[in-house]
Design a protein around this ligand. Sequence first.
Ligand code: FAD
Length: 321
Amino acid sequence: MSKKVLVLGETRDGVLRNVSFEAIAAAKKVSAGGEVVGVLLGDSVQSLGAEMIQYGADRVVTVEHEKLKQYTSDGYSQGFMAVCEQENPEAIVFGHTALGKDLSPKIASKLAAGLISDVTEIEGEDDDALFIRPIYSGKAFEKVKHKEGLLFITVRPNNIAALEKDESRSGDVTSVDVDVKDLRTIISEVVRKATEGVDMSEAKVVVAGGRGVRSADGFKPLQELADLLGGAIGASRGACDADYCDYSLQIGQTGKVITPDLYIGAGISGAIQHMAGMSNSKVIVAINKDPEAEIFKVADYGIVGDLFEVIPMMIEEVKKL
Ligand code: FAD
């Protein structure tokens, strides 16, 4: 049965995040020929509606309010629920991001919807679709079938390919007026952490360093390689604990979960808690001077050697491309 699907468009610094376009692609599958409606919440988001349509949404509904300038679960849930009341959707898709992980349970409980979170693949379409999601820190996958009621899924970034942007597509961008009630939490200031450049959770390439990099300066060649490959820098907790880098770079069970096309890990032993965050990367390259290092067990390509010799060689080769 075809469905009307709402997709939350997630923005950062006034720009739509890639995961929003991946969520639209997932919504297309779920809708089985029904309508895909983008939802934008913020204080000035109207102009972003056209881009959601170019990536496959049929139309877009916005809620603009000064209290939605910064994300709060309180404000966003009021805005999103107003759109739900107007649209009466049969399915909802969010990105499985920090925002999506925070907001989706709140909305799901308000709507009494079953939530299938962290979906990495959708097999089939229509009511027979199977939603595939990793469990036990990526060691196994389960296939979940939706039975009845409102379907609500969150999709892990970098797994479901976005549709090609089609600039000839057009559709309505309308707005809903919402009197956002007083928020219980107010963001007074956002203090940015050291990470600049490509966002690790959406990066196609991640170059990660561990305790083997030995110092903050030891990260410099890794950063150079990441920049050349258009990727992001990441780290093990060992490197963060040793103060070589900021905790915002930590990959793993208690850090970020990433699934880039290419993960390069240098000077990382491959503790189970680290692998929980990167073992589903499409291609894994490990550089370690210990041939017995655990990380080689999950690596597609293993280089036994000193990272301070191997990384500069890689940089030279990439520069030749
Ligand atoms: P090490 O284990 O010390 O490994 C360093 C590696 O570098 C070694 O294999 C060594 O051979 C290699 N090396 C050294 N010099 C060089 C060189 N010059 N060239 C090449 N290789 C070199 N860890 C995470 O990463 N993420 C998490 O989310 C996380 N969560 C945790 C949660 C809990 C509850 C606990 C208990 C632990 C968690 N940990 C996590 C920590 C984890 O158990 C490991 O301690 C940590 O991942 C080790 O970091 P490392 O691989 O950088 O360091």
